[in-house]
Design a protein around this ligand. Structure first.
Ligand SMILES: C[S@@+](CC[C@H](N)C(=O)[O-])C[C@H]1O[C@@H](n2cnc3c(N)ncnc32)[C@H](O)[C@@H]1O
Length: 387
């Protein structure tokens, strides 16, 4: 297929719903993704480009001709993949260095579509467009409309995928990307991850969801089978006992209870995974351990102590990961009004200065009088006596 002609046809046809250019050709590309959507501005059909640079969005509104010129140039110079939705078709395309375009085309049906400029936020997986796993899991109806009572879940899945998108260096993925979701529960986010890698990015992915609950695992495996999602498998088991058969690229652990998060972090360190995304849940261990005479007034009241011990737990987890060579950022996962358990620990293996990190770690532990910690004992058991 001829690249210039393809984009000119798609854009002049005016049935475009959205385009996402991703997978930068060079690691040092400032712009990691471009989202394109049609909007009506003063009654003119216009293409809005949203470029994501350093996690900030920059907007540009272009005519059809200007947009065609820009996207052709961007695909030749900057991006390898583009995902396109029109009102009737979905295209997953790759553009080679030499400008050769290869596309997989599928028929789809968009339930309803509006060009209004103030359309609601653009989600990676949009509302009003059929998405198989969201229909199967009862988040959308058969026409692709998100149920009102499921909107928070829908938003959470999209927010999670935005974080994933801003974390992974796609350039350095070789072969199939392997993920384990520890404490996957009903696996909305695990299915979301699979859909994102497989359907949107067109990348090979293998995902395992692990959970203690047999009924949940049976449900997830049935759902995966119904959807025909290959290489998405659910296993019943405890994180502590789980051992991986192959190299893992990313560990996800979202709201796994208490020390299950610590066990997941230790496994990630043991397997030397590149990426860790972890949203802790209840943190009981430190509640009975933190102690500091100067901060006694904060420890006297159960409510404050509980929040404080959560923050101390998560800070120690950050320092633990720094110790093990991870650069860590904390991001808000969902808005505070939905749950206070909304801090995501985002770790990327970078080979940090572990000596400085170790000093910080020890000082912090001493300040809070922390000893005999699960994460340390488990680390020593699994990896060797470091703590
Ligand atoms: C609150 S749910 C979160 C589910 C999902 N990750 C999410 O965010 O929607 C926590 C899940 O972690 C599982 N879990 C807790 N401890 C675990 C452990 N040690 N090993 C495996 N799964 C565990 C529980 O069975 C439960 O399904």
């Amino acid at each position: 297929m001829e690249l210039n002609q393809f984009f000119e046809d798609i854009l002049t046809d005016k049935t475009l719903v959205s385009m996402v250019a991703s997978n930068p050709r060079k690691k040092q590309n400032e712009c990691k993704r471009i989202n394109i959507k049609p909007v009506l501005i003063r009654n003119q059909y216009t293409l809005q480009f949203e470029s994501l640079i350093n996690n900030k969005a920059f907007h540009e509104n272009l005519s059809v001709d200007e947009a065609a010129e820009k996207i052709i140039e961007d695909m030749r110079a900057n991006f390898k993949n583009i995902y396109i939705k029109t009102q009737n078709h979905e295209y997953q395309c790759m553009v080679s260095k030499k400008g050769k375009l290869t596309c997989k085309k599928k028929e789809i049906e968009i339930a309803s579509f509006s060009l209004s400029h103030d359309r609601k936020k653009d989600y990676i997986i949009p509302d009003n467009e059929k998405c198989d796993f969201l229909i199967e899991l009862g988040v959308m109806d058969d026409n692709g409309k998100v149920y009102k009572k499921k909107y928070d879940k829908f938003r959470q899945i999209n927010k999670f995928l935005e974080i994933v998108d801003g974390t992974i260096d796609y350039e350095n993925i070789n072969g199939s990307f392997k993920i384990i979701d520890f404490g996957c529960g009903k696996a909305y986010l695990t299915f979301g991850l699979y859909y994102y890698f497989h359907n949107i990015l067109n990348k090979d992915v293998e995902i395992i969801g692990l959970d203690l609950k047999e009924d949940v695992i049976d449900f997830c495996n049935r759902t995966s089978e119904n959807l025909g999602y290959e290489n998405l498998e659910f296993i019943k088991g405890d994180i502590v006992d789980f051992d991986s058969r192959s190299d893992i690229d990313m560990i996800v652990t979202l709201h796994a209870c208490n020390n299950a998060t610590d066990a997941a972090l230790v496994k990630a360190v043991k397997w030397n995974v590149d990426y860790i995304l972890s949203v802790p849940c209840c943190q009981h261990e430190f509640f009975n351990k933190i102690d500091n005479a100067c901060l006694a007034p904060m420890i006297e009241h159960g409510l404050i102590k509980e929040r404080l011990s959560s923050m101390v737990t998560d800070t120690l987890r950050v320092l633990y990961l720094n110790n093990e060579g991870y650069e860590v950022k904390l991001v808000e996962f969902v808005a505070m009004e939905h749950t206070p358990k909304n801090i995501m620990i985002k770790g990327v293996k970078k080979g940090m200065d572990v000596n400085a990190a170790k000093m910080k770690y020890n000082k912090f532990k001493k300040f809070w009088n922390l000893d005999d910690l699960f994460i340390e004992k488990y680390h020593n058991e699994e990896i060797g006596n470091e703590y």
